[in-house]
Design a binder for this molecule. Structure first.
Ligand SMILES: [Zn+2]
Length: 331
């Protein structure tokens, strides 16, 4: 099913700019809250971070439009995708920025997260078999390997970090500077306020803030090792979702009512889905398609998301092609 045509890019950025003022007001009103013990539903701030960056960096809009044009060109001609013959290996640096002992998560907890990324991005996750027959043709391996390069541990006086200040990525504000963002995927595990599980920067953003931030207790998998975990988000899927953004995926509902995620083979979702929706969950959008609630780019519990689609794979692989924003990772 085809959900969009031209002028796609203009529409996307028009939608973003229309909501800019609301987002700014919300950002200014929000203050970090106490440590979260439980979350009613998943919350990721990647879209809010993008809107904030677009408001403060006029050149970002052009960079992202160029990346989108490159992506659309590549996905229309799958022969351009270099997954088959090439090897895509992403060295990962994990910054564990901690204030309390619980936040100083173990090497094992960090390693369990790398293992989950390798399972989920290669369709080797044990729960892949639970994908309904209706979506099994779309379910796919992205074909990307993640290799832990090193763990950097930084003790901080900060009790929690806010996404709008992005302080966890700066040593001068109690965080840890990214290491060579064109060579490494930098991930930060830290305490976040605002009921947040994480956020990522989309391709095109500034190198000094490139990477993925995940709440320390949503980092790693309790099914693989013990540690500090938050209920329902303890299987490492927050990082899978955020790395999806880092590789240019949007939320499956397109951050709007019946919005556009820029992928052809995902159904149109009315909005985000939380918890563990029963199948089939029908969309209220045109045609009432069954929503792909088990997709990593929805907002469900870790135990209820287990697939990327072919269209999402193509979109991610496009970032690694020549001229793409993550081309340096392809060998
Ligand atoms: Zn997200």
């Amino acid at each position: 099913m085809r959900k969009f045509s031209t002028p796609l890019i203009g529409l996307i950025f028009l939608a973003v700019s229309c909501s800019k003022q609301d987002a700014k007001t919300t950002l200014e009103q929000q203050q970090p809250q106490e440590t979260i013990a439980a979350l009613p539903e998943r919350r990721c701030a990647s879209q809010e971070v993008l809107e904030q960056q677009l408001a403060t960096d006029p050149s970002l809009r052009k960079r992202m439009a160029d990346i989108e044009a490159h992506t659309q060109k590549v996905v229309k001609n799958r022969g351009n995708l270099r997954a088959a013959g090439g090897r895509i290996e992403i060295p990962v640096i994990v910054h564990v920025v901690y204030n309390t002992a619980a936040e100083n998560i173990s090497d094992q907890q960090v390693n369990s997260q790398i293992a989950v990324l390798n399972e989920d991005f290669n369709n080797r996750n044990a729960d892949r078999v639970t994908v309904p027959v209706e979506f099994q043709d779309e379910q796919t391996s992205v074909g990307v390997q993640f290799v832990l390069d090193r763990i950097i541990r930084v003790q901080t006086s900060k009790k929690r970090f806010s996404y709008y200040a992005d302080d966890v990525k700066k040593a001068t504000t109690g965080g840890s500077n990214p290491v060579e963002p064109t060579r490494y995927l930098n991930m930060w595990a830290c305490n976040l306020g605002q009921n947040l599980l994480g956020y990522a920067q989309f391709p095109g953003g500034a190198p000094e803030t490139d990477g993925v931030v995940v709440l320390y207790s949503a980092f790693g998998s309790q099914s693989k090792t013990s540690g500090s975990y938050i209920a329902n988000y303890n299987l490492g899927r927050t990082a899978t979702h955020e790395v999806g953004h880092w590789l240019n995926l949007r939320h499956i509902w397109g951050d709007a009512t019946c919005g556009n995620d820029l992928v052809d083979d995902t159904p149109q979702h009315n909005t985000s889905n939380g918890g563990c929706p029963s199948y089939p969950h029908l969309s209220t959008c045109a045609g009432n398609p069954v929503e792909m609630t088990m997709n990593y780019m929805d907002y469900t519990y870790d135990g209820c998301m287990n697939m990327f689609s072919n269209g999402q794979r193509d979109r991610m692989l496009a970032t690694f092609t020549s001229g793409g924003p993550r081309a340096a990772y392809a060998k």
